[in-house]
Write a protein of this length. Structure first.
Length: 217
Protein backbone atom coordinates (compact mmCIF):
# COMPACT_ATOMS: atom_id res chain seq x y z
CA UNK A 1 0.00 0.00 0.00
CA UNK A 2 1.42 3.36 -1.03
CA UNK A 3 2.36 5.89 1.64
CA UNK A 4 1.83 9.54 0.77
CA UNK A 5 4.44 12.16 1.58
CA UNK A 6 1.52 14.59 1.69
CA UNK A 7 -0.84 13.54 4.51
CA UNK A 8 -4.54 14.18 4.38
CA UNK A 9 -5.33 16.55 7.23
CA UNK A 10 -8.85 16.02 8.48
CA UNK A 11 -10.62 19.16 9.64
CA UNK A 12 -13.99 20.44 10.70
CA UNK A 13 -15.67 23.78 10.18
CA UNK A 14 -18.40 25.95 11.62
CA UNK A 15 -20.39 28.33 9.46
CA UNK A 16 -21.58 31.70 10.70
CA UNK A 17 -24.47 32.93 8.55
CA UNK A 18 -24.43 36.57 7.53
CA UNK A 19 -27.51 38.23 6.03
CA UNK A 20 -26.58 40.44 3.06
CA UNK A 21 -28.18 43.77 2.19
CA UNK A 22 -30.10 42.26 -0.73
CA UNK A 23 -33.63 40.92 -0.67
CA UNK A 24 -36.22 40.04 -3.27
CA UNK A 25 -40.01 40.18 -3.07
CA UNK A 26 -40.76 39.41 -6.74
CA UNK A 27 -39.20 37.28 -9.47
CA UNK A 28 -38.01 40.46 -11.19
CA UNK A 29 -36.21 41.53 -8.02
CA UNK A 30 -34.75 38.04 -7.66
CA UNK A 31 -33.19 38.38 -11.11
CA UNK A 32 -31.59 41.72 -10.26
CA UNK A 33 -30.23 40.33 -7.00
CA UNK A 34 -28.81 37.25 -8.72
CA UNK A 35 -26.87 39.48 -11.10
CA UNK A 36 -25.14 41.40 -8.31
CA UNK A 37 -25.02 38.94 -5.41
CA UNK A 38 -21.62 37.86 -4.14
CA UNK A 39 -20.17 34.49 -5.17
CA UNK A 40 -20.47 33.49 -1.52
CA UNK A 41 -24.22 34.15 -1.55
CA UNK A 42 -24.76 32.10 -4.73
CA UNK A 43 -22.73 29.29 -3.17
CA UNK A 44 -24.69 29.52 0.10
CA UNK A 45 -28.08 29.18 -1.55
CA UNK A 46 -27.06 26.27 -3.80
CA UNK A 47 -24.14 24.19 -2.52
CA UNK A 48 -24.57 24.95 1.16
CA UNK A 49 -28.28 24.16 1.05
CA UNK A 50 -27.19 20.53 0.72
CA UNK A 51 -25.30 20.75 3.98
CA UNK A 52 -28.11 22.42 5.90
CA UNK A 53 -30.62 19.81 4.72
CA UNK A 54 -28.26 16.86 4.45
CA UNK A 55 -30.82 14.45 5.88
CA UNK A 56 -33.31 15.07 3.03
CA UNK A 57 -33.23 13.24 -0.30
CA UNK A 58 -36.46 14.67 -1.74
CA UNK A 59 -37.67 18.18 -2.52
CA UNK A 60 -35.87 21.07 -4.15
CA UNK A 61 -32.12 21.15 -3.79
CA UNK A 62 -31.56 24.91 -3.62
CA UNK A 63 -33.09 27.86 -1.80
CA UNK A 64 -34.08 29.73 -4.96
CA UNK A 65 -36.31 26.90 -6.15
CA UNK A 66 -37.82 26.44 -2.70
CA UNK A 67 -38.67 30.14 -2.38
CA UNK A 68 -40.26 30.47 -5.81
CA UNK A 69 -42.58 27.58 -4.94
CA UNK A 70 -43.36 28.26 -1.27
CA UNK A 71 -43.44 32.07 -1.30
CA UNK A 72 -44.47 32.83 -4.89
CA UNK A 73 -46.44 29.71 -5.88
CA UNK A 74 -44.61 29.47 -9.19
CA UNK A 75 -44.08 25.72 -9.67
CA UNK A 76 -42.88 26.07 -13.28
CA UNK A 77 -39.96 28.30 -12.29
CA UNK A 78 -39.31 26.26 -9.17
CA UNK A 79 -38.98 23.10 -11.26
CA UNK A 80 -36.52 24.78 -13.60
CA UNK A 81 -34.38 26.15 -10.80
CA UNK A 82 -34.60 22.85 -8.96
CA UNK A 83 -33.21 21.02 -11.99
CA UNK A 84 -29.82 22.73 -11.61
CA UNK A 85 -27.13 20.14 -10.86
CA UNK A 86 -24.27 21.92 -9.12
CA UNK A 87 -21.84 19.15 -10.12
CA UNK A 88 -22.03 20.41 -13.71
CA UNK A 89 -20.31 23.71 -12.92
CA UNK A 90 -16.65 24.64 -12.73
CA UNK A 91 -17.23 28.20 -11.55
CA UNK A 92 -19.78 30.28 -9.67
CA UNK A 93 -19.90 32.57 -12.72
CA UNK A 94 -21.26 29.72 -14.87
CA UNK A 95 -23.82 28.81 -12.21
CA UNK A 96 -24.90 32.45 -11.85
CA UNK A 97 -25.30 32.77 -15.63
CA UNK A 98 -27.63 29.79 -15.82
CA UNK A 99 -29.69 30.91 -12.83
CA UNK A 100 -30.08 34.37 -14.35
CA UNK A 101 -31.02 32.87 -17.71
CA UNK A 102 -33.76 30.71 -16.18
CA UNK A 103 -35.21 33.54 -14.11
CA UNK A 104 -34.85 36.00 -17.00
CA UNK A 105 -36.73 33.72 -19.39
CA UNK A 106 -39.54 33.42 -16.85
CA UNK A 107 -39.73 37.22 -16.57
CA UNK A 108 -39.99 37.54 -20.35
CA UNK A 109 -42.62 34.81 -20.73
CA UNK A 110 -44.66 35.70 -17.63
CA UNK A 111 -44.16 39.44 -17.15
CA UNK A 112 -47.27 39.88 -14.98
CA UNK A 113 -46.49 36.95 -12.68
CA UNK A 114 -42.89 38.16 -12.38
CA UNK A 115 -44.20 41.29 -10.62
CA UNK A 116 -46.33 39.44 -8.05
CA UNK A 117 -45.27 39.96 -4.45
CA UNK A 118 -44.13 36.97 -2.45
CA UNK A 119 -45.68 35.85 0.82
CA UNK A 120 -42.29 36.53 2.39
CA UNK A 121 -39.08 38.11 1.06
CA UNK A 122 -36.02 36.17 -0.02
CA UNK A 123 -33.01 37.35 1.97
CA UNK A 124 -29.61 36.71 0.42
CA UNK A 125 -27.09 35.26 2.85
CA UNK A 126 -23.59 33.89 2.92
CA UNK A 127 -21.42 32.29 5.55
CA UNK A 128 -18.13 32.96 7.23
CA UNK A 129 -16.21 29.67 7.49
CA UNK A 130 -14.24 28.92 10.66
CA UNK A 131 -11.95 25.91 10.17
CA UNK A 132 -10.39 23.77 12.90
CA UNK A 133 -7.89 20.97 12.07
CA UNK A 134 -8.68 17.66 13.74
CA UNK A 135 -6.00 15.82 15.74
CA UNK A 136 -5.50 13.10 13.14
CA UNK A 137 -4.39 12.77 9.54
CA UNK A 138 -3.79 9.96 7.04
CA UNK A 139 -0.82 8.90 4.91
CA UNK A 140 -2.29 5.65 3.56
CA UNK A 141 -5.66 4.63 2.21
CA UNK A 142 -6.25 2.42 5.26
CA UNK A 143 -5.45 5.34 7.54
CA UNK A 144 -7.78 7.52 5.51
CA UNK A 145 -10.60 4.99 5.91
CA UNK A 146 -10.13 4.92 9.68
CA UNK A 147 -10.21 8.71 9.83
CA UNK A 148 -13.25 8.92 7.57
CA UNK A 149 -15.25 6.74 9.95
CA UNK A 150 -14.64 9.23 12.76
CA UNK A 151 -15.83 12.34 10.95
CA UNK A 152 -18.84 14.32 12.08
CA UNK A 153 -21.42 15.60 9.61
CA UNK A 154 -19.75 19.02 9.74
CA UNK A 155 -16.35 17.56 8.88
CA UNK A 156 -17.63 15.41 6.05
CA UNK A 157 -19.57 18.33 4.62
CA UNK A 158 -16.48 20.55 4.82
CA UNK A 159 -14.32 18.11 2.86
CA UNK A 160 -16.90 16.74 0.45
CA UNK A 161 -19.16 19.66 -0.48
CA UNK A 162 -17.92 23.01 0.83
CA UNK A 163 -14.45 22.24 -0.52
CA UNK A 164 -15.71 22.65 -4.06
CA UNK A 165 -15.67 26.42 -3.78
CA UNK A 166 -12.17 26.30 -2.33
CA UNK A 167 -11.05 24.04 -5.21
CA UNK A 168 -12.93 26.13 -7.80
CA UNK A 169 -15.77 23.57 -7.90
CA UNK A 170 -13.73 21.00 -9.77
CA UNK A 171 -13.77 18.28 -7.14
CA UNK A 172 -13.76 17.58 -3.41
CA UNK A 173 -10.91 17.33 -0.89
CA UNK A 174 -11.01 13.52 -0.78
CA UNK A 175 -10.82 13.04 -4.54
CA UNK A 176 -8.15 15.71 -4.80
CA UNK A 177 -5.97 13.80 -2.32
CA UNK A 178 -6.59 10.43 -3.99
CA UNK A 179 -5.46 11.94 -7.30
CA UNK A 180 -2.54 14.14 -6.29
CA UNK A 181 -1.09 12.38 -3.24
CA UNK A 182 -1.84 8.70 -3.83
CA UNK A 183 -1.91 8.59 -7.61
CA UNK A 184 -5.35 6.94 -7.73
CA UNK A 185 -7.25 8.77 -10.50
CA UNK A 186 -9.95 6.13 -10.87
CA UNK A 187 -10.82 6.21 -7.18
CA UNK A 188 -10.77 10.01 -7.32
CA UNK A 189 -13.19 10.09 -10.25
CA UNK A 190 -15.53 7.48 -8.76
CA UNK A 191 -15.65 9.24 -5.40
CA UNK A 192 -16.40 12.52 -7.11
CA UNK A 193 -19.42 10.95 -8.82
CA UNK A 194 -21.14 10.03 -5.54
CA UNK A 195 -24.59 11.57 -5.88
CA UNK A 196 -25.03 14.42 -3.40
CA UNK A 197 -28.71 14.78 -4.24
CA UNK A 198 -30.05 11.28 -3.66
CA UNK A 199 -27.71 10.66 -0.71
CA UNK A 200 -27.66 12.08 2.78
CA UNK A 201 -24.24 12.88 4.26
CA UNK A 202 -24.37 9.55 6.08
CA UNK A 203 -25.14 7.46 3.01
CA UNK A 204 -22.61 9.41 0.92
CA UNK A 205 -19.96 8.60 3.52
CA UNK A 206 -20.94 4.92 3.41
CA UNK A 207 -20.57 4.89 -0.37
CA UNK A 208 -17.13 6.44 -0.05
CA UNK A 209 -16.08 3.87 2.58
CA UNK A 210 -17.21 1.08 0.24
CA UNK A 211 -15.17 2.56 -2.63
CA UNK A 212 -12.09 2.79 -0.43
CA UNK A 213 -12.61 -0.79 0.81
CA UNK A 214 -12.81 -1.99 -2.77
CA UNK A 215 -9.59 -0.14 -3.63
CA UNK A 216 -7.80 -1.62 -0.61
CA UNK A 217 -9.02 -4.99 -1.77
Amino acid sequence: MSVSAQPFQFATAAYLTRVENQRATTVTELLECLKSASDGAIFYHTFQTLGRHHFLTEGFSNDFAQWTLAALNQPELAERLGSVDIRDYLSIAELRTDLCRMVGEFCEDHSREAQNSAFEPFYFCQTVEVVQPLPWDARTLAGFRAGLERLSHASFYYHFIASRLRLQLRTNDFSNWFQTALGLPQLAATADRIDIYTNTLDTARRELVELVDKEIG
